[in-house]
Write a protein that binds this ligand. Structure first.
Ligand code: ADE
Length: 239
């Protein structure tokens, strides 16, 4: 899978994505991530890419033309019209289901705004998806793009060592993940739950499912409304 990130701050994006699991996947050629500097497409001698908004208001806007030229050069390289995600608090809120859908693409382009945003006209021409990472305002789209790249990358086959670990985790079935424990058996006087040491797989599965329900009821009751629960589980969630 190939990610292209259009940004005024390429070093910010690349620095954060070269380590750990994503870094290994790049080395193994399962992923490639390229940050493209929109400023390279500035069309005036001052290399500026922003200007004042018509109608007034605080701050500067990124101008349409450099963004468009940057996109066009990329489209020519890719050889087709790619999906272009614009990161903005005005977009649809990102979630695991969207990550799964984006992970099906061969290539994905992210467009990161800075300052007060980007001239609407170029967005209308090139953007296919408007995505927000949550109801708060950041200084730019770079961190949201990195978050999306991370969430999508780990769903690409082979990126995680253990492919099943992407299957049984939070948000599957609209439930949060159950608690997990490793050695030692006792730590700070706290014991690992007995059932996990029993080797009885059916009981372990049952316990984990119950813990997921309890946790979701406590921390994310909004998710629980969409989860398919048995009558017993509904009672457990209501306690
Ligand atoms: N840019 C600024 N804030 C953002 C957010 N919450 N999500 C996506 N892009 C953003």
């Amino acid at each position: 899978m190939q990610f292209y990130i259009m940004t005024l701050f390429p070093e910010m994006v690349m620095g954060g994505l070269k380590t750990s699991i994503i870094g290994r996947a790049i080395k193994n050629e399962l992923l490639s991530i390229e940050a493209i500097n929109i400023r390279d497409y500035a069309f005036n001698k001052h290399n500026s890419v922003d200007d004042y908004p018509y109608g007034g208001g605080a701050g500067m806007l990124m101008q349409a033309e450099p963004v468009y030229q940057c996109y066009k050069a990329l489209e020519d390289r890719i050889g087709k019209r790619p999906r272009v995600v614009y990161l903005s608090p005005q977009g649809q809120t990102f979630n695991q289901k969207m990550a799964e859908e984006f992970a099906e693409e061969e290539e994905l382009v992210f467009l990161c705004g800075h300052y007060e945003g980007i001239d609407e006209r170029v967005l209308e021409e090139i953007v296919t998806d408007y995505v927000s990472i949550g109801d708060y305002v950041l200084t730019g789209g770079e961190l949201p793009a990195m978050i999306m790249v991370d969430a999508i990358s780990r769903l690409v086959p082979g990126v995680l060592h253990n492919d099943v670990s992407a299957e049984f985790e939070s948000f599957q079935d609209n439930l949060l993940e159950y608690p997990q424990y490793s050695r030692p058996e006792t730590w700070h006087d706290k014991k690992v739950p007995e059932v996990l040491m029993s080797g009885h797989h059916a009981n372990i599965e049952k316990w984990r499912r119950e813990q997921s329900v309890i946790r979701t009821a406590k921390n994310r009751p909004d998710l629980l409304e969409k989860a398919e629960l048995t009558d017993k589980e509904r009672i457990l969630a209501a306690q």
